[in-house]
Each structure stands twice: as structure tokens, then as C-alpha cells.
Design a protein around this ligand. Structure first.
Ligand SMILES: Cc1cc2nc3c(=O)[nH]c(=O)nc-3n(C[C@H](O)[C@H](O)[C@H](O)COP(=O)(O)OP(=O)(O)OC[C@H]3O[C@@H](n4cnc5c(N)ncnc54)[C@H](O)[C@@H]3O)c2cc1C
Length: 397
């Protein structure tokens, strides 16, 4: 069987890894010159535990299993991993109720989490934080890895398995009638096609005439770089706020990378271009008008609380608010906080029928094409499990 994969982000690469283990012939088409230009090269690198997501959804099941598989791949290949765990610190009394719910859920899904019940217990786990309440949740299973290292290792393995990754090849058309893709007028036929084009997966699905009730809304995530005068003042654990489970995002949290950089982020504000990492980067007037129209309507009518979400996330663009909301994370005041160049964009599906942001991964089969839509966070963590799931469900062997 000959399979074409569109997109060489983590979802495309792990799929190619799983398919080639079954001796399936794989060709990848990637419009950029590398595999790290979009979501996979611009995320926080956190291996999530999976307790945020409603149980028995794809996001919950694939994240829990995917975290184990991602860690195994990293350890087997001697790649960077920091098993630092994650501390959830409440900022309001309401957060404490959500914390209890998450703790119960962790037991239900078998994720190791420890409920902390006093400031002393919290400071023993993380001496450099500044808890406001006696309650906190420590999730031991959460870790940080280096997405660049993981992708590069996968590419190295795939090359040894004779997978051709065609960089600089943008798929213009895709047809489910004869299972073909068109690049610069050349039609290429395959037995099976997987559309894992990240931010553009829904565009390609539309070109294949897939009918859905979905429309995509991009949100931009900026990070703040934090410096401390003494390195010993930096918290060792990842510190997160307690999430608002009605919102799709996790809130501003601490982030580390392999190089030792320390950040707060990401914010999540509506953006009027799917690749608008910089103000006029790849500016497309039609896309700008289309997205402005969609966002303005949704924010005006406050569909799925989008106005409230936009207001609360907009605050995170200002240093004053970032400093204020991160008070609880740091015992010592950072010596400097500055907006960093690290930025990512996630495209979140909006279901036109229910008028809600769709909070799960979406995998749709259309004849011999599989469309992976809404590969939102934690799709990086979940990717190996997602690849297994797709191969099993659609009998790719
Ligand atoms: C700010 C931010 C922080 C995040 N933090 C985390 C985290 O800590 N942990 C976690 O698990 N997840 C996190 N995520 C989510 C995670 O990064 C994404 O879910 C994941 O990278 C999605 O991978 P992908 O392969 O679907 O998409 P991508 O990495 O975007 O890859 C898709 C590829 O398809 C290519 N492509 C698009 N159109 C075409 C075309 N027509 N022809 C050929 N190629 C095409 C693109 O160039 C791109 O390389 C975060 C995301 C963001 C934005």
C-alpha cells in the first residue's frame, strides 16, 4: 500500500513512523523547508498528563496513552526530558472546587497526582512559589521535552526506512474520488492519503469537498521571557493556574526549554491570519477580512463566551497584568520580564451548529482520505497514540 501524508509536523511524522513499522510505503509532502515552522516547532514542549480533558474523549484517551509513548520514544533514543512535574496553584476560591474535580478525575483515569493541603506541603514540593491558599495539586507525570529533538530523531529514523520527505511541496488540491493530490498542476495518485496539515487541514478538507459544520478560528500565543538575578530563585516545577474548564486554553503558565530559558505564556488572542506570527507576515487580505468578520460576529454575540474569553486573554498582552497574575508563581520577584520572540498559533474549530469551540480532536474518513482536524494541544503529547489509533481504526496495515 502507498500512503501520502500531507504535513511533516509531529502528527505527520509519528504517523509515518507507525505506518513504516507495518512496512507501508510512505511519502510525505511538506510546504515549508523544514518540519518545525508551525505548531510542532512553536509549542511549550510540555508532555501533558491528560487530566484537563473530559474523560472518554479522544483528547483525554490519546493524551494519557500518548504521554507514555512519547516518554518511551524519548528515553529509548536518549533525548532531553525533564521530569519536573506540574503544580496547579489556585488564585481564587472557585479554583479550589475545580482543583478537587481534577484530583478526582486523575484517580479515575489513573494519572498520578497528589492533592496538597497546606502551604507547608506546597513549599516542600516547590520552595520558589508563592501560594495564596492551602490547596494545590501536584501532577507528577507531567514533563518537559524538546520538540525539535523529537522531530529530528523521527526524521532520521524515517530516512533510514526510505521515507521521502518532500520539503517545499505545497499540496494545492486533493481529491477523494481518485485518491490523488495535485502539486503545481502535477497529479499524484496513492492508495491512501492522510491530511495532517495542521493549521491548514480544514482548507484541504474543503478542497476535497468534505462537508462539515466546522469553521476554524486561529488564536495567537505569545510568551514572556523571565529573568531572575539568581538562578536558584527559578521554580523547578512547571506552575500552572487552575484552568477554567469552560475555556479551551490552560492559562498563562511557566515554561522551560532545554537551553535553560524560562518563560511565562502562552497568551491566546484572536488573530487575523493563520500564519500571522509577526504583524504583516504572510498577510492575506481575503483571509484577514474573512477572519475579522467571523471573530467580530462571534465576539459581538458572545457565542460560546468568546467575548469573555477574548477580554480575559487580551489582558495577558500587557506586562502589568502578566506580572500581577504570575505573583502566585514566584517567591522572588523576577529581575526582568520582556516579551520574547517565541510565538505560536493554534487553530481551534468552531462548530457552527452548536455555536461552540469544539474541544476535541476530530478525525474524519472520506473514502480513502483521513482528515485530521483540530489537532490542538495536547496533540504533540498525544501524537504517537493518535497514530496508533488511526492505523487501528481504519485498518491501515
Ligand atoms: C503556543 C502553543 C503551545 C503549545 N503547547 C503544547 C504543549 O506544551 N504540549 C502539547 O502537547 N501540545 C502543545 N501545543 C499543540 C501542538 O503544538 C500541536 O497540537 C501540534 O504541533 C500539532 O501538530 P501538527 O503536525 O498537526 O501541526 P503542525 O506542526 O502545524 O504541522 C503541520 C504541517 O503541515 C504543513 N502544511 C500545511 N498545509 C500544507 C499543504 N497544503 N501542503 C503541504 N504541507 C502543508 C505545515 O507547513 C506544517 O509543517 C501547543 C500549540 C501552540 C500553538
Amino acid at each position: 500500500m502507498k500512503v501520502a501524508i500531507i504535513g511533516s509536523g509531529i502528527v505527520g511524522l509519528t504517523l509515518a513512523h507507525t505506518l513504516t513499522e507495518k512496512n507501508i510505503e510512505v511519502t510525505i509532502f511538506e510546504k515549508e523547508r523544514d518540519s518545525l515552522s508551525h505548531g510542532t516547532g512553536r509549542n511549550s514542549g510540555v508532555i501533558h498528563s491528560g487530566i484537563y480533558y473530559q474523560t472518554n474523549t479522544l483528547r483525554s484517551n490519546l493524551c494519557i496513552r500518548g504521554a507514555k509513548l512519547m516518554k518511551k520514544f524519548i528515553v529509548d533514543n536518549n533525548l532531553y526530558i525533564n521530569n519536573c512535574g506540574k503544580l496547579l496553584l489556585p488564585k481564587t476560591k472557585n479554583d479550589i472546587e475545580t482543583l478537587k474535580l481534577l484530583y478526582e478525575r486523575s484517580k479515575e483515569v489513573g494519572v498520578e497526582a497528589q492533592k496538597l493541603n497546606s502551604i507547608g506541603e506546597i513549599l516542600r514540593i516547590e520552595p520558589n512559589c508563592n501560594p495564596l491558599y492551602n490547596d494545590a495539586l501536584f501532577i507528577k507525570d507531567t514533563a518537559i521535552a524538546d520538540p525539535k529533538e523529537v522531530s529530528n530523531k523521527l526524521i532520521e529514523i524515517l530516512k533510514k526506512r526510505n521515507v521521502i520527505i518532500n520539503y517545499g511541496y505545497k499540496v494545492d488540491e486533493i481529491s477523494s474520488e481518485n485518491t490523488s493530490i495535485t502539486i503545481k498542476g502535477n497529479i499524484n495518485k496513492f492508495d491512501f492519503i492522510i491530511n495532517s496539515a495542521g493549521l491548514h487541514a480544514d482548507h484541504l478538507a474543503k478542497k476535497a469537498n468534505l462537508e462539515t459544520d466546522y469553521t476554524s478560528l486561529p488564536f495567537k500565543g505569545k510568551y514572556w521571557k523571565i529573568n531572575f538575578s539568581d538562578k536558584n530563585e527559578i521554580p523547578n516545577r512547571l506552575i500552572y493556574p487552575v484552568p477554567n474548564l469552560d475555556y479551551p486554553f490552560l492559562g498563562i503558565h511557566t515554561v522551560y526549554d532545554k537551553a535553560g530559558n524560562f518563560y511565562l505564556g502562552p497568551s491566546n488572542t484572536p488573530v487575523f491570519g493563520r500564519e500571522a506570527y509577526k504583524p504583516f507576515y504572510k498577510f492575506n487580505l481575503l483571509e484577514f477580512l474573512n477572519l475579522s468578520y467571523k471573530f467580530i460576529l462571534k465576539i459581538f454575540f458572545n457565542e460560546n463566551n468568546l467575548r469573555n474569553l477574548a477580554i480575559s486573554e487580551f489582558k495577558n498582552l500587557f506586562l502589568f497584568n502578566v506580572r500581577k497574575s504570575s505573583n502566585v508563581y514566584f517567591k522572588h520577584n523576577p529581575s526582568n520580564i520582556e516579551l520574547s520572540s517565541k510565538v505560536g498559533i493554534r487553530s481551534q474549530i468552531f462548530d457552527k451548529k452548536s455555536k461552540k469551540l469544539f474541544n476535541d480532536f476530530v478525525v474524519i474518513k472520506q473514502n480513502n482520505i483521513i482528515h485530521i482536524l483540530n489537532a490542538i494541544s495536547p496533540a504533540w503529547t498525544s501524537s504517537f497514540a493518535m497514530a496508533d489509533f488511526i492505523c487501528e481504526k481504519y485498518n491501515l496495515k
